[in-house]
Unconditional design. Structure first.
Length: 286
């Protein structure tokens, strides 16, 4: 009997661990079939799960207007899939050109990208169906006429989708876990070795995923040669990184170049191994 209880408890724990955490506010867009992305409406959902069932509210806002509607929802959760329906309009501000429709939604969360994507179809309006895409929000859910956020974030979000960037939550985790390391050069050379190129490509992807993030590239040399020559060599090494970044889609305005010549060694210059470690480019966020 005890073994059976342990098995059931373990299975229950596994099911809970496999289920996505939908609790809280999500934001994104809702797009009616036949419309272009630039015509998408702003969409918020406040999920209040209780086990495999959920309640909550949605808030839809017409882009660059003060028109909005808040609707109650109810639904279910199964693993990474959520299904819910809007069933009553709780508050709204409308116009003669706007009809607020209630719909049934089905979405699936992708824990690699951080997006909840799905489809909807209205139960109250004909020919009202389409898609939605949401990500976990840091904003509160507004239940008043005043929106929690301005609407400019929608355009940035559309760019994220265009360039296939992960959701902000995932990008923040990638940034936090990303570890800088130097890349090294052969004696008197500025060519980037093939072994370091995948690392640089990953750095580009992480930095490009943050609109407010910049990176500093600092070139260095060993002590062989004159100070003047090594200053120029370290500059050319930093410039080679800049060219590589530009050629691989990096936003150059996010890059700051510096060069130190032989003045900041990380090892002594009395051995070949030490010299190799000093022939480098360093990176850091700024």
């Amino acid at each position: 009997m005890k073994s059976c209880f342990i098995l059931v408890f373990t299975l229950f724990s596994f099911i809970l661990a496999a289920q996505a955490n939908f609790k809280g506010v999500w934001q994104g867009i809702i797009l009616k079939d036949g419309f272009k992305e630039k015509e998408s409406a702003i969409f918020y959902v406040n999920f209040l799960p209780d086990g495999t069932t959920l309640t909550g509210k949605t808030r839809e806002e017409v882009y660059t207007t003060d028109l909005y509607a808040i609707q109650k929802i109810k639904g279910t959760i199964k693993n990474n899939t959520v299904e819910f329906k809007q069933f009553v309009v709780e508050a709204k501000k409308t116009s003669s050109k706007i009809t607020w429709c209630s719909a049934d939604f089905t979405g699936e969360y992708n824990d690699s990208t951080g997006y909840l994507k799905g489809t909807f179809k209205s139960s109250t309006c004909k020919r009202y169906s389409g898609t939605f895409i949401l990500y976990r929000s840091k904003a509160p859910f507004s239940e008043t006429e005043t929106p929690a956020l301005g609407h400019s974030w929608r355009d940035e979000f559309l760019l994220d989708l265009k360039y296939k960037r992960n959701a902000p939550e995932i990008r923040d985790k990638e940034r936090a876990s990303f570890k800088f390391q130097p890349i090294y050069f052969d004696h008197d050379q500025t060519e980037i070795k093939a072994e370091f190129q995948p690392y640089l490509i990953e750095m580009i992807r992480v930095v490009n995923g943050h609109s407010d993030l910049r990176i500093q590239v600092t070139g260095h040399t060993d002590a062989v040669g004159s100070d003047l020559y090594n200053q120029d060599l370290s500059r050319r090494r930093a410039e080679s990184i800049k060219k590589f970044f530009k050629d691989n889609g990096f936003e150059i305005k996010k890059l700051v170049i510096d060069f130190k010549g032989e003045s900041e060694p990380i090892d002594n210059n009395n051995t070949e191994e030490g010299k190799q470690r000093n022939r480098r480019v360093d990176f850091k966020f700024i």
